[in-house]
Design a binder for this molecule. Structure first.
Ligand code: NAD
Length: 487
């Protein structure tokens, strides 16, 4: 079996123990992963702390940018290898991992360019004998924690801005499918980052994640995962008072009005819920369809869903591969059963596929007569779409906003004025109009409510990794007058 290592302080080292990683396409172990526990987590944070106060602090922002540019080129060159590893370890189809990882290089390029443009400000202060300005300084050691889906992407949106800002990082890959990030460590090494600037580990919640997020030398926690784990992470941050940014799940509405281009909207819906086998935080998992076109839309969608090619994730022609874990498959199966019990009806799919591997077919649940079905409220994180119909724009907006999440949303309409009204009314961090699932390093991304807080992507993300230092410089040569009067 292949064996992977942790990357701590510029060296590839074993874990405290090893654990097997399963190939989701077969359900069998294919590699041994290193498990970081307290000694490795502490060593990684210590290395990051040493680098933060040592060699990394000596480098100019422009030099940091050049290293990020080099990393971007290395990611681009290694994209086929990393894509094959991600597909093998997580089951995400090769068609998607190949395209996504090649684009990840552009995220590093964006933050490479930003490194020496993070500026402070000179303040027009209200005192004649003072010069006052602010400096944007790196916040310190960052604990970056990512789940197993899209992990090269989800780590790039943390590493890119953190390194550009001058922070050092301990990146914890998920215990499910950590191979691509552990392999990515080779590129960090090759790019020539000083030892300790980026450390990449993996392990389990209690022995690794908990120790990392409570560590007194961690200043910021950048977390992507589920809301339950996020609550644990926030509680952990009470120990070190680290700041947090949280990118969590979603139950994003996908709203189709009767005047929309239905064929285009059907394609976007397929992409929104069945791409990545639905294991996407922005999955458009709640279809809200105007009643007058419900039957026509569902007929087209059902035909497309049933024509999807479900096969090995390694094949370029595969459209839906396995789920990452058996746990995911069980969760989805239970949520469907609970929704059917509340009156939802199956349009297609609904049962796990037999045979080896964690396969689940594209599934559509009509919940129009089942407002209490959990499928309307709970995140599946799989290829399952709930359908609800509406008559008026007001109803559509009320249904769309009737969620504890607030990550993404999609609106399909030919009316420019309605689009603007919906954009204004939707409570979500992202609104896509007549498109879905588009991302860019230039565009901020994130949510509110149960979907978390903080933004990844764009300029503001880099500022989240900085802290402001205010400098007061007195320009008068006269002695300080009355010491008992505040100046
Ligand atoms: P998860 O919350 O179970 O795990 C995420 C990470 O947290 C893993 O690395 C895990 O080891 C770690 N962890 C677990 N317990 C911890 C603890 N006590 N302290 C610190 N770390 C701990 O998530 P998952 O099931 O792997 O991923 C799916 C979830 O991620 C979904 O809810 C999905 O919507 C969300 N997600 C969000 C985004 C986004 O950008 N908003 C992107 C992708 C996935």
């Amino acid at each position: 079996m292949d064996e992977f290592h942790l990357y701590i302080d510029g060296a590839f080292v074993p874990g405290e123990a090893t654990f097997p990683s399963l190939d989701p396409a077969t359900g069998t172990p294919w590699a041994l992963m290193p498990e970081a526990r307290a000694p490795q987590v502490n060593a990684a944070v210590q290395a990051a702390y040493g680098a933060f106060h040592g060699p990394w602090a000596q480098m100019t922002a422009t030099q940091r940018g050049k290293l990020l540019l080099k990393l971007a080129d290395l990611v681009q060159a290694a994209a086929p290898r990393l894509a094959a590893l991600e597909t093998r370890d997580t089951g995400k189809i090769i068609r998607e991992t190949s395209a996504q990882i090649a684009y990840v290089a552009d995220y590093y390029r964006y933050y490479a360019g930003l490194a020496d443009k993070i500026e402070g400000a000179h303040l027009p202060i209200d005192k004649p004998d003072m010069e006052v300005w602010t400096r944007r300084e790196p916040i310190g050691v960052v604990a970056a924690i990512v789940p197993w889906n899209s992990q090269l992407f989800l780590s790039a949106v943390k590493l890119g801005p953190a390194l550009a800002a001058g922070c050092t990082v301990v990146l914890k890959a998920s215990e499910d499918g950590p191979a691509p990030l552990l392999d990515f460590a080779k590129l960090i090494h090759e790019a020539g980052f000083p030892p300790g600037v980026v450390n990449i580990i993996t392990g389990f919640g209690p022995d690794c994640g908990h120790i990392l997020t409570t560590h007194p030398k961690v200043a910021h926690i950048a977390f992507t995962g589920g809301p339950g784990t996020a609550r644990a992470v926030v509680r952990n941050s009470a120990e070190n008072l680290a700041s947090t940014s949280l990118e969590l799940g979603g139950k994003s509405p996908f709203i189709v009005f009767a005047d929309a281009d239905l064929d285009s909207a059907v394609n976007a819906q397929v992409s929104g819920i069945f791409a990545a086998t639905g294991q996407s935080c922005v999955a458009g998992s709640r279809l809200l369809i105007q009643s007058s076109v419900k039957d026509a839309f569902l007929a087209k969608l059902k035909a497309k869903a049933e024509a999807i090619r479900i096969a090995s994730p390694q094949e370029m022609t595969t459209e839906v591969g396995p789920l990452c874990t058996q746990r995911q498959r069980d969760h989805i199966t239970q949520l469907i059963a609970a929704s059917l019990a509340k009156g939802a009806t199956l349009v297609t799919g609904g049962k796990p596929l037999p045979g080896p591997g964690f396969y689940f077919p594209p599934t559509i649940l009509d919940c129009s007569a089942a407002p209490e079905a959990p499928a309307i409220r709970d995140e599946f994180f799989g290829p399952v779409l709930s359908v609800t119909s509406f008559d008026t724009e007001e109803q559509a907006l009320a249904l769309a906003n009737d969620t504890e999440y607030g990550l993404a949303s999609g609106v399909f309409t030919a009316s420019l004025t309605r689009a603007h009204r919906m954009i204004r009314g939707l409570r979500a961090g992202v609104v896509w109009v007549n498109t879905y699932r588009a991302v860019s390093p230039i565009a901020p991304f994130g949510g509110h409510g149960l979907s978390g807080h903080g933004r990844e992507g764009g300029l503001a993300a880099a500022l989240d990794y900085t802290t402001t230092k205010t400098v007061w410089l007195r320009t008068s040569d006269d002695p300080i007058p009355d010491p008992f009067v505040m100046r």
